[in-house]
Design a protein around this ligand. Structure first.
Ligand SMILES: C=CC1=C(C)c2cc3[nH]c(cc4nc(cc5[nH]c(cc1n2)c(C)c5CCC(=O)O)C(CCC(=O)O)=C4C)c(C)c3C=C
Ligand SMILES: [Fe+2]
Ligand SMILES: [Fe+2]
Length: 332
């Protein structure tokens, strides 16, 4: 008889690992490290699906030489003593989740850069791990992010594997984000307008069926409802556009301009597409967009990501427990 796997605190599962997989980040805030990182990231066909005949010359002779130095400078402006914010918070979140799930082995890996997701899977197998639950740190599913984590998992041999598809409407995660906004407003004063800023995506991918924008809309609506916000008290927008083709709209920068023109003087910006703070939230939103909005006479207050907060770790632990409870062991 096949018994469901359990993941209660009293049922040790020494052969099961949970891996939080994030995007990845450079290992130093300098041009060479950023160039290495961007080269690996932007060679993934899930991220850029152009013909290699067109893309490789553009990447190697224009994008990498021109972008790496500029982006390294941006990383330097948010770098922490222990490293890149994305790396630091991802590691701390895995440690916090390990405390919630002492019966399991919890680690983290990066799709690009270190610790390498591919190498992590091989090491786990060598260490005698039989089952791996991959939890991509992307609340909303996209072919450009979650599916790429899944590609590497699919290619790993000799493991019983499972991937968390998304958690964009998970009630505990929604409650944790809503509570972080409530606390931010309690600490800094009531808010005038709430802007949900998600990472963007080429419109072409959304038109081809990527569920990402629908899931972003559902996340924002659920969080706004949990906060009891009126329809006109919040807006959704997309940031971090890359390249020349049309990306999802409205753009966060344009939305802030429009809000300022409408006379809105204070905007709280939250980024629930990012599990942890990173270049895109700290430099692009909390620094650059905040400066632009201030120049228009407004105040942008950035609500930090859930990062390694207990509420975040508890929400992820709930997701892990449910996934493991429904996971039948593989046939011997
Ligand atoms: C075609 C290019 C890109 C797509 C598609 C894309 C989708 C996408 N990205 C994230 C999350 C993150 N992206 C981050 C940085 C980043 N993203 C791109 C390009 C695309 N992203 C680039 C080139 C970069 C690097 C910085 C730069 O050169 O501008 C990050 C932060 C990494 C860090 O080190 O802090 C995150 C996180 C999602 C969720 C997503 C699709 C939905
Ligand atoms: Fe190339
Ligand atoms: Fe990105």
């Amino acid at each position: 008889m096949r018994m469901p796997a359990t993941a209660s605190n009293d049922a040790p599962a020494a052969d099961t690992a949970v891996v939080l997989v994030n995007l990845g980040t450079p290992d130093a805030a300098n041009t060479a490290a950023v160039r290495r990182y961007l080269a690996e990231f932007l060679h993934d066909r899930r991220v850029v699906d152009m013909s290699r005949w067109l893309w490789c010359p553009l990447l190697h002779f224009a994008i990498l030489p021109l972008r790496s130095g500029k982006v390294a400078h941006k990383y330097a402006s948010v770098w922490l003593p222990e490293g890149s914010p994305l790396a630091v918070h991802t590691r701390r979140l895995a440690e916090a989740l390990q405390r919630e799930l002492p019966q399991l082995r919890v680690i983290h890996a990066m799709r690009y850069g270190q610790p390498s997701w591919r190498a992590t899977l091989q090491q786990l197998r060598e260490q005698g791990i039989k089952r791996v639950l991959a939890l991509p740190l992307y609340p909303q599913y996209s072919t450009t992010t979650t599916a790429s984590v899944g590609d590497v998992l699919d290619a790993a041999q000799g493991l019983d594997k499972r991937l968390v598809h998304d958690y964009h409407a998970d009630p505990d995660w929604v409650a944790a984000v809503a509570e972080s906004i409530r606390r931010h407003r309690a600490a800094h004063g009531p808010g005038e307008h709430l802007l949900f800023s998600f990472h963007g995506l080429p419109q072409r991918l959304a038109a081809a069926g990527d569920p990402y924008p629908r899931q972003c809309e559902a996340s924002a609506r659920a969080i706004a409802q949990a906060l009891g916000l009126a329809e006109d008290a919040w807006t959704l927008s997309y940031q971090s556009r890359f390249g020349r083709e049309p990306w999802l709209e409205p753009a966060t920068a344009d939305t802030l301009t429009a809000l300022a023109a409408r006379g809105v003087r204070q905007v709280d910006v939250v980024a629930p597409g990012f599990a942890v703070d990173c270049l895109e939230t700290l430099e692009e939103v909390a620094m650059m967009l905040a400066e632009d909005f201030a120049a228009r006479g407004g105040k942008l207050r950035y609500v930090p990501c859930l990062n390694e907060s207990p509420a975040h770790a508890q929400a992820l632990a709930g997701i892990v427990r449910r996934e493991l409870a429904g996971w039948l062991p593989a046939d011997p």
